[in-house]
Design a protein around this ligand. Structure first.
Ligand code: ARG
Length: 458
């Protein structure tokens, strides 16, 4: 017999039962469901809605059920639809009809909303801890390779030399904003929905503040219809996850390029790469590729939930059950990606010589030559043209800027003096960019200092 079977005269169709059930995935919420039920039950007793002895029996029963589920002893069946029904049914089987008093003044609509708020809060905290761990690894790798110089790219064309550490730290700051976004979203997950009932509130003299306090919610929903209808706090989580994955995907792309034979800047550890079933020489950056690939499903979950929500009239509609699988999959995906990236980056080998050869063999100091002429009084546009001609000449002759003589420089522009040659080695281009946030070692050291301060906070 269904817990709601009273008004029905027929059994549910078997296909409907399978289609309707969420137990296959919402069992993940059992701890939140039981904690929420315990708080609700204590409040019912405190407000004189049920007897204290009844509450004691219910809470003891719930504690046992929690053990049973944790030990894998609970049997799940589509006939009982979802985790809420499973726990309530088990409670009644265990302690008798008094178990049926737990659901007083409550609906599954506010119950499931409560569980989800608690779950999202928990997972936000877990996510920001994992992000911070990855940020710490980025700092560690940047410090370890503090003097490696590499080409910085625009349009994937060599543009200006930068420190490898500077490039890595760019991701540190992207992750810092991701962390901030998740923590900000915590504020909206921190609204307590229970007490909304099915949609309109309850006739029982409940104390919602008491439940909020026990479950450590900062505030509560002021409108019962809002409380059971919205999933915006999940949308925010998914949006933040999508942005995080976008950042990890770009890092993946950099790593995949750098790890290729064409670049050869880094070597991914054997433990984080895999082979080919046909080509014995292959060592593939599968982890980075999969992180890039899994970005797609996280974007999909965000679009999926936004689409589920957009046409729903207030308040609860069964469509809302579709909020869970995408959320759970997103949580699993971002957690494993963050963990893998921390471990993979920690073992990354860096080929400083290859990086330097790439940057020394190109025209990365061209901007510095133009800047030199500007300091001598030439308008930047003219300086740009003079240096452009020099580059063209080098390209035609298969030479590099560092191969130019003072005489050749002066032939291009009388403003050039012998000290212009000093500008050409890439490490000097790097050292000259001392502006705040720039790539010079001293500016990067200041940046690292700030990053370390952030990591030291909790
Ligand atoms: N399994 C449902 C869900 O995930 C729980 C709420 C059901 N409420 C209802 N009125 N059918 O949304």
């Amino acid at each position: 017999m269904k817990l709601w079977g009273g008004r029905f005269s027929k059994e549910t169709d078997a296909l409907v039962e399978a289609f309707n059930a969420s137990i296959g995935f919402d069992r993940r919420l059992y701890e939140e469901d039981i904690r929420g039920s315990m708080a609700h039950c204590r409040m019912l007793a405190a407000c004189g809605i049920i007897e204290q002895a009844e509450a004691d029996a219910i809470i003891a029963g719930l504690a046992e059920i929690r053990e049973e589920i944790a030990a894998g002893k609970m049997e799940f069946t589509a006939a009982l639809e979802d985790i809420h029904m499973h726990i309530e049914k088990r409670l009644i089987d265990k302690i008798g009809p008094v178990g049926g008093k737990l659901h007083t003044g409550r609906s599954r609509n506010d119950q499931v909303a409560l569980d989800l708020h608690m779950y999202v809060k928990k997972e936000i905290l877990a996510t920001v801890a994992l992000i911070k761990n990855l940020q710490a690894v980025l700092v560690e790798v940047a410090e370890k390779h503090h003097d490696a110089v590499m080409p910085g790219y625009t349009h994937l064309q060599r543009a200006q030399p930068v420190l490898f550490a500077h490039h890595l730290l760019a991701y540190f700051w992207q992750l810092e904003r991701d962390r901030e976004r998740f923590l900000d979203a915590y504020k909206r997950a921190d609204w307590m929905p229970l007490g909304a009932g099915a949609l309109a509130g309850t006739t029982f003299p409940v104390n919602r503040e008491m439940v909020a306090e026990e479950l450590e919610f900062a505030t509560l929903y002021e409108n019962s219809m809002d409380a059971v209808s919205d999933r915006d706090f999940i949308v925010e989580f998914l949006a933040n996850a999508a942005i995080l994955m976008m950042h990890l995907s770009r890092l993946s792309e950099d790593l995949i390029l750098w790890n290729s034979q064409e670049f050869g800047f880094v070597i991914l550890d054997d433990a984080f790469t895999t082979g080919s079933s046909i080509m014995p020489q292959k060592k593939n950056p599968d982890v980075a590729e999969l992180v890039r690939g899994k970005t797609g499903r996280v974007y999909g979950h965000l679009m999926g939930l936004l689409t589920v929500l957009k046409g729903l009239p207030l308040t609860y509609n069964k469509d809302l059950q579709e909020d869970k699988e995408g959320l759970f999959d997103t949580v699993d995906t971002i957690k494993i990606c963050l963990q893998l990236y921390a471990a993979m980056l920690r073992t990354l080998q860096v080929d400083k010589e290859r990086m330097y050869a790439a940057v020394a063999g190109d025209f990365a100091s061209a901007t510095d030559l133009a800047d030199y002429l500007v300091r001598k009084g030439l308008p930047f546009r003219e300086a740009h043209a003079v240096v452009g001609k020099l580059v063209g000449k080098c390209v035609a002759q298969g030479r590099r800027l560092v191969d130019l003589t003072v005489a050749e420089l002066q032939e291009a522009s009388p403003f050039f003096g012998p000290e212009a040659l000093e500008l050409l080695p890439p490490e000097n281009c790097v050292a000259a960019r001392t502006s705040r946030g720039g790539t010079a070692a001293e500016a990067v050291e200041k940046q690292l200092q700030k990053a370390r301060e952030i990591l030291a906070q909790d």
